[in-house]
Ligand binder design. Sequence first.
Ligand code: ZN
Length: 144
Amino acid sequence: MTGQEVQLKRRWMGRLDYDADLLMQLTQFCIDHAITLGRVEAIGAVKKARIGYYDQQDRSYSYMDLERPLEILALKGNISLKDDQPFVHAHITLSDEHGSAFGGHLAEGTVVFAGEFILDQYTGPSLTRTPDTSTGLSLWGRSI
Ligand code: ZN
């Protein structure tokens, strides 16, 4: 395990836009405010969702489309750099009208009904995602 110390620079609280793509909206917020290191959380509801599951054997994501309104019980994610751009990696837990939960890796294609977020920007050495041969994923570099 490796890690680095970071310091809170700024914190935002805000509302997600109706009908916007959840992941794209969070990423655009980071681009607009030059946030390259941080964390994000959100609660709310979506009109539909697309979540991924990483198959460790195949080393590829499979996606599940949930084409119905769902509550966002929890979205948790981090912000770092990938290809020199802010990159939001987030996981989401959703629930239906029966309280059944679904979850996974947040993918583009998840459409906001309403939502509230809290986003922290940190200062510290940058974390950059690079290809990792052990997992096939883009992970933070070993230099940290
Ligand atoms: Zn993930």
